[in-house]
Design a protein around this ligand. Structure first.
Ligand code: AOF
Ligand code: ZN
Length: 355
């Protein structure tokens, strides 16, 4: 993504600096879970004197890095943060206190923290200390940045993205577009953004287990749904973790002692419940090869198990029309796909929607 230049500053400086916070926060994409991505800039006399972002759960928050960067100049400055500063002792001490100690004059916050242990207490603490606080600048952008984390924080359930490919004549396809797996390709980015990807073992016959090609990327846990009885799943050595989910009927042999979990029934609900139990905050359901059938996916959508839909339309003909029946159309309609601007990625069209 292009960096923000002086030209983007326009007349609304608060918006400009919060957009810069979001840009900084994104540097840690895929690395902060179960924490959000957060960016912070310290501004004095119209100049940025400090910048920081939260790199990883357990490490200091964005504000701490930005204040360190600014040093003593932080006195009488304005701090911009994409998420409300925290006010609790968690893995790290409260950022509200760090801002007060640094004697900042004003704090501009993108959005309040939905975390019940923070929820407006950070803002209150700053105000009690006489700091001028503005809340809700570029709020939509800040919410989009952490859509998965916000959902997980509010519901306790993982944020689930459903993905499938359609051919130009509306059939279902097991293919990905040529550029989709490359660095900058949308699939590579999806992998980077999610804690886990759920795949069908059927898709592995034709494709190797996908890994994000983004530089220094997080690699999601790869959950492989074993659908072929007695299939031996062979997986190349890789940095990312793999786990096989299977049911009692199928059973599955695995090479190199890959971790295998056996369930009574491999239903969408069971799969996601297990992901939740493992502390996974976001899950990508990649429908290639079929994880569960569309009827069940539709039920999952209706039961609010799935939050987001990403469809890749490939410039080829002749996908499987039977599998795309009525349910697939209903799923697309429910996600309001027609309201969204399609993106052209390589030779594919990508549609995104929310349920
Ligand atoms: C901020 N700035 O950069 C982040 C915040 O376990 P801890 O101590 O890291 O606390 C995690 C919580 O702190 C997280 O759930 C969220 O509410 C807040 N994260 N807050 O002011 C940051 N990462
Ligand atoms: Zn904090």
């Amino acid at each position: 993504e292009a960096s923000l230049g002086e030209d983007d500053k326009k007349d609304n400086d608060d918006g400009f600096y919060i957009r810069r916070c979001v840009e900084l926060a994104r540097k840690a994409i895929g690395h902060t879970s179960p924490n959000p991505m957060v960016g912070c800039v310290i501004v004095k006399d119209g100049k940025i004197i400090g910048e920081g972002f939260h790199p990883k759960a357990g490490q200091p928050h964005a504000e701490v890095f930005a204040l360190r960067d600014a040093g003593e100049l932080a006195e009488n400055s304005t701090a911009y943060v994409s998420l409300e500063p925290c006010n609790h002792f968690g893995r790290t001490p409260p950022c509200s206190e760090a801002l007060i100690k640094a004697k900042v004059k004003k704090v501009v916050v993108g959005m309040v923290d939905p975390n019940p242990i923070v929820a407006s207490r950070g803002v209150a603490k700053l105000q009690d200390a006489g700091i001028d606080v503005t809340v809700g600048v570029e709020e939509e952008l800040c919410k989009k940045l952490n859509e998965a984390w916000i959902h997980q924080m509010k519901t306790g359930n993982p944020f689930v993205t459903l993905r499938y490919s359609l051919t130009i004549d509306g059939g279902l396809s097991d293919d990905l577009g040529e550029e989709s797996m490359e660095a900058g390709g949308y699939y590579s980015r999806l992998l980077q953004e999610h804690d886990a990807v759920v795949l069908s073992s059927k898709s592995l016959k034709k494709y190797s287990v996908p890994e994000s090609k983004e530089p220094k990327s997080n690699q999601p846990l790869r959950v492989i749904i074993a659908k072929d009885p007695n299939q031996v799943i062979q997986i190349e050595e890789s940095a990312s973790k793999v786990v096989i989910f299977t049911d009692q009927q199928t059973g599955v042999g695995s090479e190199k002692g890959i971790e295998t979990r056996v369930f009574d029934e491999l239903k969408l609900g069971t799969i996601l419940e297990h992901c939740k139990g493992e502390g996974l905050c976001s899950v990508l359901l990649d429908l290639r090869g079929g994880i569960v059938d569309f009827e069940e996916i539709l039920k999952g959508v209706e039961g609010n198990l799935v939050q987001k839909l990403v469809v890749e339309v490939l410039p080829i003909w002749g996908g499987n029309k039977e599998a795309t029946s009525l349910e697939a159309i209903k799923i697309g309609q429910k996600a309001g796909l027609n309201k969204f601007e399609p993106k052209i990625v390589g030779k594919s069209v990508i549609l995104e929607g929310y349920f």
